[in-house]
Design a protein around this ligand. Structure first.
Ligand code: HEM
Length: 537
């Protein structure tokens, strides 16, 4: 036993010594300036400096050490960039070097090691990207699905109106998540997650939250370099559990669809009808069955890609709407101005806001931008270098992790006047030089504001989000006023709703938004349509 201990200690000492040498060698080039950073500890590097909300820890470190930080997380070299200029250097000037993401053991386990969002920049990624942007999220499909989005939003509003009528408390966070969930599942597999009452609907929401949480965690056993089979924090055990639950949900949906497809084929053979693809699941199954497809898509790929889109679309959209509502409840002047704009444009109580009203609701659009500036649902763009490169005068080794801290950039007073103030008007004013074309947009062209990322690896769901977010917000504000209990979880008396965030890959509010709603519409049922589709569970 003692002998074993001596051997382990000896190996650990040799490992620390060698890794320090390698680390110094990598970053010792005399003609390259190494990004600044605090001193690292042996083995763990800078892990001890990081709190649960990584973007906040990095922000604090960059205030002290400058906007380009070099850190070591265990054995993994990392760079953190916290200005628009650096974001441009990494994501535009050196785009191809930073067009991949890091696969952690947890991500591999949950996503069958077959994901699109974590795939290297290569043929599989390009194939799914094309399918997603031209078909699922292409302009024709987005237009075709407008009716479905409208029905889903109306179902959501009518549920809230029922609760408002009887004075029931509403968990707005959960309701919005259901809505986002229903919209994306309708688009992907023509099913809805139901009204949220079934166990399985609840399971689907829980899995999504758990996925984004676990993807944002650092697996110490993985990053200190010698923990191949260790699972010090139990992350891999949790990942396997999430994977199993998700797999059960998805297998059921895919098997049902396969039965339906066989029946349709039989029918088509009999009556000579066509066999065209309907939704994303059909498109993916068609590709899997097509022996001559340019890229081989497996059943695991299908499940992983569905998980990618399902989680990416549900969590981000609902987080953005919730932060917008919380900011509005805390800023009654902005809320009043927004409701006035809606009343004027959609003539208050005769009809509900439509997506086509959005261009006439500039203040609502500005509220969305201001929300995404202060509370980007994905607070950091995380990429991996595929080769050694020089960026902003610094040598970045191959396989280094890059964090572009968009949360920090949105709060930097060098780029935003009174950055902590929630002031949507800033998006309606030209930047002091009278040129309206310089008003910052959120589409990845202005590096001060990158809520959807930028370039090839930028968010493929941006067009859908840009349609959904202002419309859903406008409808909630048109239909309801909010009554937040004075002393409720997430509210401190006199100081408004709290702004604490939950850790993870995304940054949702830590406490659910729970409040009573007061209807602002006299005869809501006359102007609401209802959903007509099969429930998912
Ligand atoms: C408020 C809404 C949303 C926000 C703020 C958001 C934000 C982001 C960000 C920051 C990224 C990483 C970009 C980068 O690395 O440059 C991303 C990637 C992604 N998003 Fe979104 N997103 C939203 C909605 C959606 C929707 C509605 C979908 C699907 C319908 C979606 C699907 C994806 C996928 C699949 C990726 C991975 C892309 C890749 O790796 O190539 N997102 N999103």
């Amino acid at each position: 036993m003692e002998f074993m201990l001596v051997v382990v200690l000896l190996w650990t000492t040799i490992f620390v010594f060698l890794s320090t040498l390698v680390y110094r060698w990598i970053f010792s080039s005399k003609d390259q300036q190494v990004p600044r950073g605090p001193s690292a500890l042996p083995i763990i590097g800078h892990l001890h400096l990081l709190g649960p909300n990584l973007h906040r820890s990095f922000h604090q470190l960059s205030l002290h050490y400058g906007p380009l930080l070099h850190l070591r997380l265990g054995s993994v070299p990392c760079v953190v960039a916290s200005t628009p200029e650096l974001a441009r250097e990494f994501l535009k000037t050196n785009e191809l070097s930073f067009s991949s993401r890091k696969l952690t053991p947890a991500i591999k386990l949950v996503t069958y090691d077959a994901s699109f969002a974590f795939a290297p920049y290569g043929p599989f990624w390009k194939f799914i990207k094309k399918l997603a942007t031209q078909e699922l999220l292409g302009s024709t499909n987005l237009r075709n699905f407008e009716k479905i989005r409208k029905m889903e939003v109306h179902a959501f509003l009518s549920d809230l109106m029922r609760k408002a009528k009887v004075g029931e408390e509403v968990n707005v966070t959960e309701e919005i998540m259901n809505l986002a969930n229903n919209i994306i599942s309708q688009m992907m597999f023509s099913l809805r997650c139901s009204d949220g009452e079934s166990d399985q609907a609840q399971q689907a929401r829980t899995v999504i939250r758990e996925v984004t949480e676990i993807f944002g965690e650092f697996d110490v056993s993985d990053i200190i370099g010698f923990g191949g089979s260790l699972d010090l924090q139990g992350i891999r055990k949790r990942a396997k559990n999430i994977h199993t639950r998700y797999d059960t949900l998805l297998e059921r949906i895919i098997s049902d669809r396969e039965i339906l497809r066989s029946a349709k084929r039989l029918q088509n053979k009999e009556d000579g009808g066509s066999n065209e693809a309907n939704d994303f699941l059909d498109m993916l199954l068609d590709t899997m069955e097509n022996q001559t497809s340019e890229v081989k898509v497996t059943r695991n790929n299908i499940k992983a890609v569905i998980l990618d889109f399902f989680t990416a679309a549900t969590d981000t959209t609902s987080i953005a709407i919730e932060w917008a509502l919380v900011e509005l409840i805390n800023n009654p002047r902005v809320l009043e101005k927004a409701q006035e704009e809606i009343n004027k444009v959609v003539e208050g109580k005769h009809r509900l806001a439509e997506e086509s009203d959005t261009p006439h609701l500039p203040y609502i659009q500005a509220i969305i931008k201001e929300t995404l500036r202060l509370h980007p649902p994905i607070p950091m763009l995380i990429r991996k270098s595929v080769n050694e490169c020089n960026v902003a005068g610094s040598k970045i080794p191959a396989h280094a992790l890059l964090f572009v801290n968009i949360w920090s950039i949105g709060r930097n007073e060098k780029y935003w006047e009174n950055p902590l103030e929630f002031r949507p008007e800033r998006f309606l004013e030209p930047n002091g030089d009278g040129d309206p074309s310089r008003i910052r947009d959120i589409k990845g062209h202005h590096f001060e504001l990158l809520p959807f990322g930028t370039g090839r690896r930028g968010c493929p769901g941006m067009s859908l989000a840009i349609l959904e977010l202002p419309n859903i917000l406008a409808l909630i504000l048109q239909c309801f006023d909010f009554e937040v209990p004075t002393l409720h979880a997430g509210k401190t008396e006199g100081t408004g709703l709290d702004m604490a965030e939950r850790p993870g890959l995304t940054a949702p509010r830590a406490n659910d938004l729970i409040c009573r709603l007061k209807s602002r519409i006299d005869h809501p049922l006359n102007i609401l349509s209802s959903p007509q589709s099969q429930d998912m569970f």
